[in-house]
Design a protein. Sequence first.
Length: 336
Amino acid sequence: MAKKNQTLGEFIIENQSDFKYSSGELSRLLNSLRLAGKVVNHEVNKAGLVDITGAAGDTNIQGEDQQKLDVYANEIFIQTLTDRNIVCGIASEEEDDFIIINSKDENHQNKYVVLMDPLDGSSNIDVNVSVGTIFSIFRRVTPVGTPVELQDFLQPGDQQVAAGYIVYGTSTMLVYTTGNGVNGFTLNPALGSWYLSHPDMKFPENGSIYSVNEGNYLDFPAGIKMYIKYCQAEEGDRPYTSRYIGSLVSDFHRNMIKGGIYMYPKGSKNPKGKLRLLYECSPMAFLAEQAGGLASDGYNRIMEIQPKELHERVPFICGSKNMVEKVEQFMKTFGE
């Protein structure tokens, strides 16, 4: 039973039996992520004071300019996970390829892989808008005792053993699931501890917020255009409110608490969609479903999509159950 003011460490230990592989490794892995999150949070909060914001001069595999804080967050999470001797592999949005990590006994005994977006929404850093970290955890499918392979990372979302995000905002929160509901923990910076502040988080079945970059409206599929018109129509409890931050973690977090839908459809500029299946959509879909919401590409459940490549992109519609189902109806009726 979740108790408010319980620390994240206490909560992980108390609920370890909920996890079918309760060997303690997942607990240590989550503890590593919370530690790295605290370090990155410290840098994010002082970003305006030091020369750590702005572009680093490189582009990542996606062709996007890497922000300095992106690079820093990536290094911190990789270093922390590697040092703790828990994972056998890491895939990051900022890395061209996955990273093979050997266990300290040099026999590749570790069993988990982590996929992550170290700093989602980093283009907002310079203007002091919330950014976040997204993570996804799978149990490897190749034999223990061998180096990880690509197939260990290319698993559908319904094989995730844990997923979550850290939002670095007015307060810093870590929200995660291991398949037994969603719980949120707020960082007390004075004590350096995460406390359970949002137990058993749930999406309202209906919402009144839609989150989409309407600047791309002309590029959207017909079904999405018609749904946006539906959101704007004066009828019943509509029009809905438009709220779009441009940081997936922040938009998702608000919609889960207040009720709403997030949409990043495909278009001629992004024919496969823009968001990454493995680093963004799959973990957020796991969280959404565990919180009573839905996540879809417009036609199919995100959690059932079989990834074909590490940096694969997909259209993403996620949020309150009835709102996502309505979008799917519009896509089925009006199509592309």
